[in-house]
Design a protein around this ligand. Structure first.
Ligand code: SAH
Length: 491
């Protein structure tokens, strides 16, 4: 089996540094299932190609008693087609490159360079379409050549074997990682025992791209050799560990933001004081509950195109992206720094192109009309209005309800009555220093009812967080729905 990797990044021979393999010599490696050979088929300044040739010792494999390999016959495609053997060889022989390490050319490791990978024979029993479904969302230009079953008997039709060429401008480590995971997914016949280790490997190598891949379920299922329980475990962890990572960055950014907010910036994710409330749900933070409440309303509204206004560092955007029903999501914030954090949180630079096309981040203010906000079905404005100057609320109202005019609007804001429950909050002060006001339930409901009346919406209210009998819930939500055009005439 043969894999070649080429670049036209100049000087192209730098590929030798990236792969840690000298272009001038042939190198061979003994693996426990055969020999791997690395050599270069071209080494000009303009283009350089490295080849990994894997020579599998199938007879040894069949004879070895203690291996878990079961090969029912001596004559099969194993020596010739790309399979999990090639992934193992790739990790063994190009380990440093796969892990993105290169002392001599560190800048190249992090650079996207023009790359081409060619696998001479790879099986795809679901045809060419499946090859495209796997690689195109990752940004590859895919070229395939399907081979006939027998050149002398064209009437026998096509074989499931393809020559596959992938082209992209990306980091070499990304290309190798994608190949490492997806070759066995295509071959669908792993040569070694599949256990929990494989889940770990999949999570490690799939980090940053698998979660957003439209075929992630099938990829995990094939990679884990159709083991339902392992697949379920992997998919769950793929989501939760991403959240874990996200929480790690969030705490780092919150520390960062604490500095920024004290210097007067308007960036705010969660009022600092809310982390030490006297009475508060332990399991799901109040902010999570707000986001989940908004998400639920958005899902039920049937919206396809959604605005997140004052999106901050993108916590809601992240949840929205995970719902396939939302075709397009636009996040807007006045803070450039918050948008940068959102970009990081969403891993936008590594997003699969189709996923990337679903999201737009806009730097802008909610108090100025912006034509780009028109044409959306719903808008979420989560913990934002209290950051606006009361004098600017009427501008905000027009921008959102008159000009953007989505059918559904969700606004959440703190319930000021609940502040007495926060032991660390002095009477008369706000939960966050950038808050310009905090409203009681009556104040919020009065304002919202007037806005709805003026703009042709109806509004309902819901508490967020555990309700206290006297002071209500810590946060409050208003859900505005556009009244049908002729509803008023009918009344
Ligand atoms: N909705 C996010 C962030 C809430 S914090 C979340 O729930 O996680 C409030 C956000 O509103 C901040 O990111 C702040 O930069 C933004 N903001 C404040 N005034 C704004 C304005 N006039 N236009 C747009 N965004 C604004």
């Amino acid at each position: 089996m043969l894999l070649t990797i080429s670049t036209t990044h100049q000087p192209a021979t730098d590929l030798g540094y990236l792969l840690h393999k000298n272009p001038a010599s042939l190198q061979s490696f003994s693996l426990n299932f055969g020999q791997a050979h690395v050599f270069y088929t071209e080494t000009s300044i303009e283009r350089c190609t490295a080849a990994l040739l894997l020579d599998i010792n199938t007879v040894d494999l069949v004879r070895s008693k203690d291996s878990s390999i079961s090969m029912d016959q001596y004559v099969n495609d194993r020596p010739y087609v790309a399979s999990s053997f090639l992934s193992v060889a790739l990790a063994d022989v190009f380990g440093a490159a796969l892990n993105g390490r290169c002392k001599q050319r560190p800048e190249l490791v992090t650079s996207a360079i023009p790359l081409e990978a060619k696998i001479t024979v790879i099986p795809s029993r679901k045809g060419e379409e499946w090859l495209r479904k796997l690689f195109e969302p990752l940004g590859y230009q895919v070229e395939t050549l399907q081979h006939g079953l027998d050149a002398e008997h064209p009437e026998w039709g096509d074989s499931p074997y393809f020559t596959l060429t992938l082209r992209a401008t990306c980091r070499l480590s990304e290309l190798l990682t994608h190949l490492y995971v997806l070759i066995p997914v295509l071959d669908n016949a792993k040569h070694y025992w599949i256990g929990n280790d494989e889940v770990e490997k999949l999570l490690k190598r799939g980090s940053g791209w698998l979660q957003g891949h439209p075929e992630r379920r099938q990829i995990a299922y094939n990679y884990l050799r159709h083991k339902h329980n392992l697949t379920r475990d992997a998919l769950e962890r793929l989501l939760t560990e991403d959240v874990q990572q996200e929480e790690d960055t969030a705490s780092a950014t919150e520390a960062e933001e604490a500095d920024v907010t004290t210097s007067g910036s308007i960036i705010d994710v969660e009022p600092a004081v809310e982390s030490v409330p006297a009475v508060e749900e332990k399991r799901t933070s109040l902010h999570e509950q707000r986001l989940d409440a908004a998400l639920e309303v958005l899902k039920q509204s049937g919206a396809r195109r959604v605005l997140d206004l004052g999106c901050g560092e993108g916590r809601l955007l992240k949840k929205l992206l995970q719902e396939k029903n939302f075709e397009h999501i636009l996040g807007l914030d006045v803070s450039y720094h918050a948008l940068e954090l959102a970009q990081k949180r969403l891993h936008m630079e590594r997003m699969a192109p189709r996923q990337r096309a679903r999201i737009t981040l806009l730097h802008g203010a909610l108090t100025y009309r912006d034509k780009r906000l028109a044409g959306y079905d719903a808008a979420a404005v989560i913990e934002v209005i209290e950051h606006l100057d009361p004098a600017r609320l009427s501008a905000f109202e027009r921008v959102l309800f008159e000009f953007a005019h989505p059918a559904t609007v969700i606004i959440t804001t703190p319930n000021a009555e609940y502040n007495v429950k926060y032991e660390t909050l002095d009477a008369g002060t706000f939960r966050h220093q950038d808050h310009r006001f905090e409203w009681t339930r009556t104040q919020f409901q009065d304002w919202a009812a007037q806005v709805a009346e003026r703009s042709g919406y109806q509004v309902r209210f819901a508490p967020i967080g555990t309700e206290d009998t006297e002071v209500g819930a810590p946060s409050q939500m208003g859900v505005f729905s556009l009244r049908a055009a002729n509803a008023e005439d009918e009344i």
